[in-house]
Design a protein around this ligand. Sequence first.
Ligand code: ADP
Ligand code: MG
Length: 335
Amino acid sequence: MDIGIDLGTANTLLYVRGQGIVLNEPSVVAVKAGARHALAVGTEAKETIGRTPGSITAIRPLKDGVISDFEAAEEMIRHFVRKAVPGRRPRTRMVICVPSGVTQVERRAIVHASQRAGARAVHLVEEPMAAAIGAGLPVAEPRGSMIVDIGGGTSEVAVISLGGIVTAQSLRVGGDRLDTAITDYVRREHSLLIGERTAEDVKVAIGSAWPVPGEDAFEMRTFTVRGREKVGGLPKTVDLTVREVRAALDEPVEAIIAAVRTTLEECPPELSGDVMEHGIVLTGGGALLPGLDLRLASATGIPVFVADDPLDSVALGCGKCVEDFDGLERVMSAA
Ligand code: ADP
Ligand code: MG
């Protein structure tokens, strides 16, 4: 039994050898104060965010790209593995994809958690490597490929050649920061307090990074948010426009672009030449933000492509490692 796990800050995906992606749920654990086990994990737990009574907390074990809660992370992995592969799991090998910024201590913690979840052998793969493999980039060739994976808590920018990461940046700016940028904007400009789930809904419904040609109808859209007045505290609604949400997202979007520029500057010239020629590939949920590709292309002068199914790229890359352990041994580190 071979299982690949994309342990993302927002979503966890499980890939089973011979079957493909079998599970895709939010990386959230709901716990009740004093209880030994989680109240809910995954989709069910995400529903509780912002709606819990004082005694229940919704934890995101990997919130900022680091493991903020080891016990919750372990419980989450165990729960998902049992759910995806019920019954006996003989000789389980796991390939786990972790953000490239995690420390040695965190790596050991993930390996330990996977072993407690039943793994006999555990291999770790760096997130940008898995994303690049999943997006179909020729990682093993002597050619520079640039991948930008924009997740919930972090964005990973990397140039890969000959099966290795040549240069990379991991920044703690991703979908969550886009959400807080919206929350902050609405508080500042409309004196309205909104929750993080509402901010994410706004982003997915009408968020963008750049005007998209031919999408005039989109430009005219508005989205009604419900929240609480900053002063007085009464419920209130506000209509947000596409343009103001784009302005609100400007700062975190620029931070991602700056990281791409830095990575290109640090890259050996032959490899950046390859990237100029073949383009930059975007993966992760953030790649779905309309106009991000155009804005990055305009800022760098390099063509930018969004991977097919960007939310699945990392899990599919993990999956390729699981399907072909020996062939991809070079990109994995045994633990
Ligand atoms: P992680 O790998 O950290 O778990 P994902 O790659 O699963 O993250 O991406 C999750 C992020 O993508 C969340 O912040 C989510 O709000 C964002 N996202 C999902 N769909 C869209 C969309 N259509 N537009 C913009 N952002 C999106
Ligand atoms: Mg991810």
